[in-house]
Ligand binder design. Structure first.
Ligand code: GDP
Length: 140
């Protein structure tokens, strides 16, 4: 087990429904600590850059439109095996396949409007955190 950091985002479908607190409670309940947090609204260019790896996917334009449609809450989570633990509490991308009790099973609307993002590896976590936060914003 290693103390890790991961990037977490609460997506526009969830900020619109006023359920950010319920989602953060699940993350904290899974042993993850919020060590940086901000509510932002992405420009199209910011969303395109963040999701550049999905550029060739058929849902890319829809995803960018969705992620710029309202505010998002961006956070750095820290904890033992934080990357895997966050993915576990998030549940599968498609809420219909997500395990009971996970954030997506409970809150997601569909495969796109699925309430949360979480880095999928320690390497990507470091890249995503650096893209979204200044070092001075990570306050513990
Ligand atoms: P994640 O790591 O579980 O978030 O999943 P991916 O990295 O595969 O996809 C990134 C995001 O793109 C997902 O969280 C969804 O918001 C969206 N997405 C993934 N697959 C689909 C799809 O088949 N259709 C649509 N419309 N959106 C998708």
């Amino acid at each position: 087990m290693a103390l890790e950091r991961t990037l977490s985002m609460i997506k526009p479908d969830a900020t619109a429904r006023n359920i950010t607190g319920a989602i953060i409670a699940k993350l904290e309940g899974a042993g993850l600590r919020v060590i940086a947090q901000k509510r932002v609204k992405w420009s199209e260019a910011q969303a395109q850059k963040f999701y550049e790896v999905h550029k060739e996917r058929p849902f890319y334009n829809d995803l960018v439109a969705f992620m710029t449609s309202g505010p998002i809450v961006m956070q750095v989570l820290e904890g033992e095996d934080a990357v895997a633990r966050n993915r576990e509490v998030m549940g599968a991308t498609n809420p219909q396949e997500a395990d009971e009790g996970t954030i997506r099973a409970e809150f997601a609307e569909n495969i796109e409007r699925n309430s949360v993002h979480g880095s999928d590896s320690a390497e990507n976590a470091a890249i995503e955190i650096a893209l979204c936060f200044d070092e001075s914003e990570i306050v513990g």
